[in-house]
Design a protein. Structure first.
Length: 67
């Protein structure tokens, strides 16, 4: 179960072996794993994925400057 751009929710308890070999453990019944790698508490989601700003819409043709 995963929301696009958001965490992957898995049933706990879980152990996550990180790239450096460190094992992160959680005993929570449901764990949100960060998939965006922006979390300050990686591998757990801290909702940093929500901070993404939408790309600015291109200006309308009537708003474009033609110097
Ligand atoms: S998925 Fe939530 S902070 Fe990365």
């Amino acid at each position: 179960m995963q929301e696009p751009g958001g965490p992957m929710l898995v049933e706990g308890p879980v152990e996550v072996v990180q790239e450096d070999g460190h094992i992160a453990r959680s005993d929570r019944p449901v764990v949100a794993l960060c998939t965006c790698r922006r979390s300050l508490i990686f591998p757990w989601c801290d909702t940093s994925h929500r901070g993404r700003k939408r790309p600015k819409a291109p200006p309308l043709a009537s708003e474009r400057h033609t110097d």
